[in-house]
Design a protein around this ligand. Sequence first.
Ligand SMILES: [Zn+2]
Length: 324
Amino acid sequence: MNFSDIIGQSSVVNRLKQIIESKRIGHAYLLVGPEGIGKKTLANIFARGIMCTSHGQRPCDVCRSCRQFNSGNHPDVYRVQKGDKSSIGVEQIRDLLDDIHLKPYESSRKVYIIEDAHAMTAQAQNAFLKTLEEPPFFATIILLAERANELLPTILSRCQVFRMQRLTREEVCTIIVKNLGIPKEKAMLFAGLSDGIPGKGLQLAGSQEFHQMRNDVFKFLEGIFDYSDIEKMAQWELFNQYKDRIDEILDMLVIWFRDVLAYKETGDFGLVINIDKLPMIEKQASLFTLSRIRSIIESIERTRRMLKGNVNFQLAIENLLLNI
Ligand SMILES: [Zn+2]
């Protein structure tokens, strides 16, 4: 994986490439973006490029440093990970601080990659501050964070910040096709559900459970015009079965009704996400009025808010079902 393999993110990629080419490597960088956007992939290429010994394009992937990095055995790369824990504690940062003053073993630089930097406790962040301000001349620290606002302003101000952008649907589709080798039409569906986050698109496309869940939801959606109120309410069991993933179920429903709405308004499938369900979209668009579709979408969003509060799950879902 090299810079040329990165799809999207052109402004961040160009800036990181320039830094490597200029050989004026800074001490602290921060990549910010949602989980699955590609922070780690990009940080690994950047770190490899910083330490690469090639006189041509860096990273070269053939020099000793690049090969060591790719095998996961580079002696001058230090990673801090959250692992199964909910946060990165001060002990992990103290271990890093003990290491950072030791000279590199082989390279001219040492690179520290802090994954999930947003999960550092306040104490951990405070312990890090002074070193982040004046690290040894050979050290580069790369922080990866899902949200910048969970880092202390004093940490942020010491880093060069790069914000990763959500990708277009086509870009995510290309990544899914490349990685999973599934047909483009199918990949386009998952890309549409990915929210512009390639990691999410890949996860959905590869998940058997998601396929099953989606099938179940569509079985329900196909029948909504035939159910009596009693039968509708009985469908709450479907929602109960996926109680742990209720947000995803509600997402599916919202995306579905937005598809129906978009088609009804434009008569065009261009904006549709569920591209494998076009006949059903067409049918429901002809049966629902615009205001009815809008009120269903509102009702789903209202249910989502209610469920975040302390309402009875069954009551909230039954209420939603009656509104659909
Ligand atoms: Zn190299």
